[in-house]
Design a binder for this molecule. Structure first.
Ligand code: SF4
Length: 64
């Protein structure tokens, strides 16, 4: 699994960091997403999929 995050469309809602904190963090200043890894572990996959589903701005993309 590969994850990408488009910071241009991220609105800093934070659902990703709440849902999968091992994979997503938020910028301390503007709240936008930071990827902690673009290649999550197998056991993190379900949470990453959930975060992608919950993101209100569709900023997250998953492949593989
Ligand atoms: S859930 Fe989406 S909009 Fe919110 S911080 Fe994460 S990537 Fe950005």
């Amino acid at each position: 699994m590969r994850v990408t995050a488009n910071r241009e469309v991220c609105v800093g809602a934070g659902m990703c960091a709440l849902t999968a904190p091992e994979v997503f963090d938020q910028d301390e200043e503007d709240g936008r997403v930071h990827l902690l890894t673009d290649n999550p572990l197998d056991e993190q996959r379900d949470k990453v999929r959930e975060a992608e589903r919950l993101c209100p701005s569709r900023a997250l993309a998953i492949s593989g």
